[in-house]
Ligand binder design. Structure first.
Ligand code: G6P
Length: 607
């Protein structure tokens, strides 16, 4: 999304801020900016476009202060202009922000009524004004920052610099990563360890809900409950910082926790939050106003495609066919006259997916790649591409790439609905608003880890596990079973809840674990009947649902995993989190090699 950096240093901050921002440009380069304290006053330099423009700006009007913050932007709310570039500031505080403030409209309206004047179209600027409001009312910088953060809804990483406060830098994390670098009489904040690695090798990673109050001598960290906590200090070499696990035990865990950020980054790439519309890049001849869509992938990417099948049919009313890439071309599939084909792949190198893409191209069908690795073969060979912005995924079992694929495919379903005249602009706005809530909902779903931990302990003893889902949650049940198989080596199968009685129910005996994915939606009652069928035969039900579903099924479920109540459209994104955590924690209990499970490879380049 965006990269942020903060410095309480002993040398001029501006050149060091730029040096760090160069390492963060992978997070966005629509604009860049810095703010420093010059004799206690906040001074800013900002420029649209790449960092080189900011460097020119600084060359013309240098800054010499030793305390400062910097930002490189991936535009979400508002065009990539100088006015919308961070830092955003009042005369009392300057802030940089990474993420989405969902309730910025209502906050902005309230602040405007109280006399605050806004200079940008961003969601971020409300943070500076909220903090200023607190300072105006006599709060200290720490109190004002805490009060402001409490009022923000959404996902964010923030750094704040205060006028007249040479030895205070405040950072906050909720859904977007933030690290504290501890130097020699200096202190740093950065979106990742790489950003601060030119200045120090000692790094602490903030946890969800943490607020860091930094001075040159001390880093005070408050957790989500306002308690002072300590966070482990990691020591890195510069190279190790590039791909690190942070506070996490495995890359898979880290990648699960990155999902508020990676889904948000992908969604905002395709969504104009101001107009509440989806904006697709130039699709190079791929006409979404088609009669048929074909969605192809392997493994987890295929299951993302299966979710997209429901979305495309429900939202866009287009006929959809999905298949695994390794079978697709052997069928010699026929195509309608107006078709497009979507290829979903994290690596962009999977041999079967590539072969299916080439088959479609040979048949004259326009191809669209939903790919995570830029410039990979599928990326290059497709007619058009919708990048997923999950960043490098190291764990072999795919997690954040899956939800990034879902994020891009959800946007594609809305765009296809509009192109085919299947949805009104009001309906598009409603779906876009729901999609924008995803990062926050995923962050809430992560809170269920302690509950899942206890269940995983029991599940690690199982020999066979069934996963059930209905509607869009059926492909998610398939993905849940795949995750468990891949990393815990426990036999697992996913089934459509209604199909169970046609055979697989014979597998159930006393104590067979059955994981059911069932939010309290229009299909819940039917799935409840299926749960009763298996419970009557001795199955141990693990129900993943929201609070309304939990109230309705608490008597038959042995275990409940609570997911936040959300719009049904984004439920597959939110329910991905508990199934990933369940597989991950079960594998940890079993002591398997989570990040590199036996027999598997991250990228399969053989057919
Ligand atoms: C391998 C990986 C899976 C992945 C699948 C497709 O089997 O282990 O995690 O889902 O390939 O890979 P792709 O790179 O095309 O998404």
């Amino acid at each position: 999304m965006c990269g942020i950096i903060g410095i309480l240093g002993s040398a001029p901050a501006a050149p060091r801020l730029v040096q760090a921002l160069k390492r963060l440009e992978y997070r966005g380069y629509d604009s860049a900016g810095v703010a420093t304290l010059e004799g206690g006053r906040i001074e800013r330099r900002r420029a649209p476009g790449k960092l080189a423009n900011l460097e020119l700006e600084l060359a013309g009007a240098p800054l010499s202060g030793v305390s400062g913050i910097g930002h490189t932007r991936w535009a979400t709310h508002g065009a990539p202009t100088t006015a919308n570039a961070h830092p955003h500031a009042t005369d009392k505080v300057a802030i940089v922000h990474n993420g989405i403030i969902e309730n910025f409209r209502s906050l902005r309206e309230g602040l405007a009524k109280a006399g605050h004047e806004f200079a940008s179209e961003t969601d971020s600027e409300v943070i500076a004004h909220l903090i200023t409001d607190g300072l105006d009312n006599g709060l200290t910088p720490e109190q004002a920052a805490i009060a402001a953060v409490r009022r923000l809804e959404g996902a964010f990483g923030i750094a704040c610099l205060f006028a007249g406060e040479e030895d205070v830098l405040i950072g906050a994390r909720k859904g977007s990563p933030l690290a504290v670098g501890i130097g020699d009489g200096e202190m740093f904040l950065g979106s990742d360890a790489i950003a601060v690695s030119p200045f120090t090798t000692r790094v602490m990673f903030l946890e969800e809900g943490d607020i860091a109050i930094l001075s040159r001598a001390r880093a005070k960290i408050l957790d989500a409950n306002g308690q002072v906590v300590t966070r482990q200090i990691h020591v890195f070499s510069g190279a190790a910082a590039a791909v690190e696990k942070g506070n996490h035990r495995h890359f898979m865990q880290k990648e699960i926790y990155e999902q508020p950020e990676t889904s948000g980054r992908t969604i905002t790439r395709y969504v104009n939050a101001f107009d509440e519309r989806v904006e697709m890049p130039d699709l190079d001849g791929v006409d979404l106003a088609a009669d048929n869509a074909i969605v192809i992938g392997c493994g987890t990417a295929h299951y993302a495609g299966r979710v997209a099948e429901y979305w495309l049919e429900q939202v866009a009313g287009i006929a959809v066919e999905t298949d695994i890439a390794s079978e697709f071309r052997y069928r010699k599939p026929a195509f309608g006259r107006k078709s497009f084909a979507v290829f979903v792949s994290q690596s962009g190198e999977t041999a079967d997916t590539l072969a299916a893409l080439r088959y479609c191209k040979d048949q004259g069908v326009k191809t669209l790649a939903v790919v995570n690795v830029p410039e990979s073969t599928i990326w290059r060979e497709a007619d058009a591409r919708l990048p997923t912005l999950a960043g490098p995924e190291i764990g072999v079992a795919s997690t954040k790439a899956f939800t990034a694929q879902l994020s891009a495919l959800a946007a594609l379903a809305i765009a296809t609905g509009r192109a085919r005249g299947a949805i009104s602009s009001q309906e598009e706005g409603r779906l876009v608003r729901a999609l924008m809530e995803t990062p926050r909902m995923i962050a809430q779903a992560l809170d269920s880890e302690p509950k899942i931990e206890a269940i995983a302990h029991e599940l690690s003893q199982a020999r066979d596990v069934l996963y059930l889902g209905r509607g869009v949650h059926y492909p998610l049940a398939l993905e849940g079973a795949l995750k468990l198989k891949e990393i815990s080596y426990i036999h697992a199968e996913g089934y459509a809840a209604g199909e169970l009685k046609h055979g697989p129910i014979a597998l159930i005996d006393e104590g067979t674990p059955v994981v059911v994915l069932a939010p309290h939606d229009s299909l819940f009652e039917k799935t409840l009947s299926n749960m009763q069928e298996v419970a009557a035969r001795g199955a141990k039900l693990i129900l993943i649902t929201d609070s309304a579903g939990a109230a309705a099924a608490s008597d038959i479920a042995k275990h409940l995993i609570l997911a936040p109540a959300c719009d049904p459209f984004i439920a597959p994104l939110v329910y991905s989190v508990p199934i990933q955590l369940l597989a991950y924690l079960t594998a940890v209990h079993k002591g398997t090699d989570v990040d590199q499970p036996r027999n598997l490879a991250k990228s399969v380049t053989v057919e």
